[in-house]
Design a protein around this ligand. Sequence first.
Ligand code: SF4
Length: 143
Amino acid sequence: MNILVSACLLGVNCKYNGNNNKVEKLLEHMQNVTLIPICPEQLGGLTTPRPPAEYVEEAKILNNIGIDVTKEFAIGAEETLRIAKLCNCSFAILKERSPSCGSKQIYDGSFQGKVKDGMGVTARLLEQNGIKVYSEENFEEIL
Ligand code: SF4
């Protein structure tokens, strides 16, 4: 089984600040499956490091210096979907609360660490295409 995973959860330094969000227990739990690492924001053409970005309106994503990155996020989501299809992934494990990867919550646009219910761009596109999205908080439900 191939499972798409946010690369930052596997220890890849693709996070906006050049670090990662490695979750050891995810690697331990998923030893018998093939993990396909992706970072939608990098696939969308954004640099690493990069200014953090949040949803400020329903379909508008700005970074914290006011630049509209909605298009880059959309491109990253499409490229991630392409990889998911190429690799026959039925499941994804994506970083919760990210404006790309969040599946239940996202940051609220205030850049103050506050969250609201909602999905990131990539998580939503994957779900719309039949790929079930989990996060680092509930991935154990897959196996
Ligand atoms: Fe991780 Fe997703 Fe953000 Fe990339 S876009 S750093 S994979 S949370």
